[in-house]
Design a protein around this ligand. Structure first.
Ligand code: SF4
Length: 361
């Protein structure tokens, strides 16, 4: 809840109720707070002077005491296929990244939820950074609004996936506050059906998400078919093993049109065998899913390898035979390091920038 005199004077990220309280604290009528909310999120105006439906006195007061500050676009790089990577610098100097991916049917924005991540997946560049901090609601929303302001996309024209840096369910409160503003018809007004939260499998928080009146779509970063392998590549599995995770997926509310996306990064001789494909089909029986197969692209800093094309196709054909809905993720934006954590990591470790940079999930 907004407290007059609170440390940050940046209004980006405040809810409608908090802006109403702010207006009241400045001796304005409550509806002025609603107008301010509309100007910030619906009209995406960051200059108080341009909010001409507010009184001059209110605007001057806001101008003197508050800001609407977006994350700074530190670097914007477009790939030959149109994929555009944004490296944002936050107010405290931290870096996070977002990716705009144009697609035939609908564009996708991949958004970060934390600076770094402490889940420690062995195939992920962000894990190399360790955890620095959770993003605030305004920093989550700011990524979306900056990309919209860049002219690449309109809010009703894209999907949002929380698959950038960080484990979104470890930043639940801020994630959901941003989600409510994103989906509020009076706010940014994006359908909750167009937003997907991807998790490594934080089971207790996943159960909480399932209780939300309108939960986002769910993606699970699965990546293994036995606890032995998953413990190794995703240490989070030692806390919440496959059985618990899949049970939580079974209980996740899905309407008839929705499926859970199971992300499966194919790692050579780790999780890409014929037995793995069969076990995967067995594990997912009874859950409404689509499997997103992601052939790993090796990174000089990480030890995993990419399976040969033949192994990838063999894995895929077994899923096909066993009637498991699946697709292979197309590699996008190779030339702009368009994978989770790459640019931010390079910004932190510039010596690596001279090495070939390839995809990590
Ligand atoms: S894959 Fe996701 S959860 Fe795992 S370390 Fe990377 S950012 Fe964190």
């Amino acid at each position: 809840m907004y407290q007059p005199g609170m440390k940050s004077n940046n209004l980006l990220g405040l809810s409608c109720q908090e802006l109403v309280e702010l207006a009241e604290s400045l001796s304005e009528k409550p509806f002025r707070g609603k107008q301010l909310y509309h100007q910030i999120y619906r009209r995406r105006i960051s200059d108080f002077d341009a909010m001409t439906n507010l009184s001059k006195a209110f605007r001057t007061r806001l101008q003197d005491e508050y800001t609407i500050t977006y994350p700074d676009v530190f670097k914007r790089t477009a790939s030959a296929d149109g994929t555009t990577k944004f490296l944002f610098r936050l107010e405290d100097g931290s870096f996070v990244e977002s990716v705009y991916i144009p697609e035939e049917s609908r564009d996708t924005l991949c958004i970060s939820s934390q600076v770094g991540c402490d889940v420690g997946c062995t195939f992920c560049m962000t894990a190399q950074m360790g955890f620095q901090r959770n993003l605030r609601p305004g920093e989550i929303l700011g990524q979306v609004l900056q990309i919209v302001r860049s002219g690449l996309a309109q809010p009703q024209g894209f999907n949002i996936v929380f698959m950038g840096m960080g484990e979104p369910l470890y930043n639940y409160q801020n994630l959901m506050k941003a989600f409510r503003i994103l989906t509020d018809p009076e706010g940014i007004d994006i359908s909750y059906r167009k937003i997907t939260v991807s998790t490594s499998g934080i089971v207790p928080v996943l159960k909480k998400l399932a209780q939300e009146p309108k939960p986002p779509n769910l993606a699970i970063s699965l990546n293994a078919t036995t606890n032995e392998v998953r413990d190794r590549v995703m240490p989070v599995n030692r806390k919440w093993p496959l059985e618990e995770l899949l049970q939580a997926c079974r209980e996740f509310p899905l309407d008839s049109r929705r499926r859970i996306t199971m992300e499966y990064v194919l790692l050579k001789e780790e999780n890409d065998s014929i037995e793995d494909a069969r076990r995967l089909a067995g594990l997912l029986r009874g859950i409404s899913v689509k499997v997103n197969l992601i052939p790993y692209n090796p990174n000089p800093g990480l030890s995993h390898r990419r399976p040969e094309e033949e192994r990838i196709q063999r894995f895929r054909s077994i899923l096909q035979e066993l009637n498991v809905p699946h697709f292979i993720r197309k590699t996008r934006g190779d030339d702009v390091s368009a994978a989770c954590g790459q640019l931010a990591y390079l910004e932190k470790s510039p010596s690596l920038a001279t090495e070939p940079v390839l995809h990590t999930p």
